[in-house]
Write a protein that binds this ligand. Structure first.
Ligand code: DON
Length: 309
């Protein structure tokens, strides 16, 4: 479906773009360095099937941490709440997304929540399938279904770039393996996780997935319940409490939208029963969130009264 370009959104995007010069593109995954710091685009998918956009919405982005919400949903569908929360907790950390400190200082290496890297690795560990390929295919098929887009796939280049340099994530895995949180081969888990993070789509796809969460798991376009209601709600709760990492509290105050960010500069937002939002702005603030994207959401939240609080 073509997305209608919208003048009001264009104005908000050009206002928010002023902030991108204060951010930096992620460079700890070498392939992400190629992104253009000044890019900023947004798509809003309405529950009536209409879509509005501003900026270069054909640009592809990798999901990175946004994928953590999607694998959480799939793991909950695969093995249920008890099984998932045997491996990860419910609480925000206040630490950076890739921090190892709580794994070492708490009694067991159970990650505090599924949105930090350690927690997401423990969740990906639970995705069912007989091989890495089969598990990856299941994740991709699920995401294609959520976006209503059959050709979504992952970027080999970005997956490899992360796999070759993911020393910190490897360390998180070994801590968790020592304590029995995970029990598979760490290189295999990392292969699956880095490919999951490298799944690519445009803002329109991202906004459509945001809409499915906004509608408690229902794709209103195809009238198809893709995620059980209670799973979609649980995922949105984590988006509120941990979706923007150690900036989640400030984001709740200033914006008040269930949202999830990724270091590629993507943000997915869900406004209950109304819209899904997909944003791409690769300039990041010091906590790893899109600086222009957050500003844009702040302006949109005020203008359209989107805060849930
Ligand atoms: O595991 C990593 O470090 C990346 N693949 C994803 C991290 C991420 O997106 C954090 N986001 N703000």
């Amino acid at each position: 479906m073509p997305c209608h370009s919208n003048e009001e959104l264009k104005r908000l995007v050009s206002e928010a773009k002023k902030y991108t010069k204060h951010g930096e593109v992620a460079d700890y995954i070498p392939a992400l360095k190629k992104a253009n710091r000044d890019d900023l685009s947004v798509a809003i998918y309405h529950s009536d099937g209409n879509c509005y956009s501003a900026g270069d919405i054909d640009q592809k982005i990798t999901l990175q941490s946004i994928s953590k919400v999607l694998t959480l949903a799939l793991a909950l569908i695969d093995c249920g709440e008890e099984c998932v929360f045997d491996k990860v907790g419910y609480e925000p950390t206040g630490d950076p997304f890739n921090s190892i400190i709580k794994l070492e200082t708490s009694r067991s290496a159970k990650p505090l929540n599924p949105m930090i890297n350690a927690g997401a690795l423990a969740v990906t560990h639970l995705i069912k399938g007989n091989s890495v390929i089969e598990r990856l295919e299941r994740i991709i098929a699920f995401i294609r279904d959520l976006a209503g887009h059959e050709t979504i796939t992952y970027s080999e280049e970005i997956a490899k770039s992360e796999f070759d340099t993911a020393f910190l994530n490897r360390s998180l895995c070994y801590y968790m393996k020592q304590d029995g949180i995970i029990n598979e081969n760490v290189e295999e888990l990392l292969e699956l996780y880095t490919k999951q993070c490298a799944i690519e789509m445009d803002c329109l796809d991202l906004s459509r997935i945001g809409l499915v969460f906004a509608m408690d798991g229902l794709d209103p376009v195809r009238e198809k319940q893709i995620i059980p209601v209670e799973v979609a709600r649980l995922c949105k709760t984590f988006m509120v409490t941990c979706g923007m990492y150690n900036a989640s509290g400030e984001f709740a105050v200033r914006v008040g939208i269930p949202a999830k960010s990724g270091v590629s500069g993507g943000i997915m937002g869900s406004i209950r029963n109304r819209y899904g939002i997909g944003i791409f702005g690769p300039a990041l603030d010091e906590r790893g969130n899109s600086i222009g994207g957050i500003k844009l959401l702040e302006m949109m939240s005020k203008k359209y009264e989107l805060s849930i609080f």
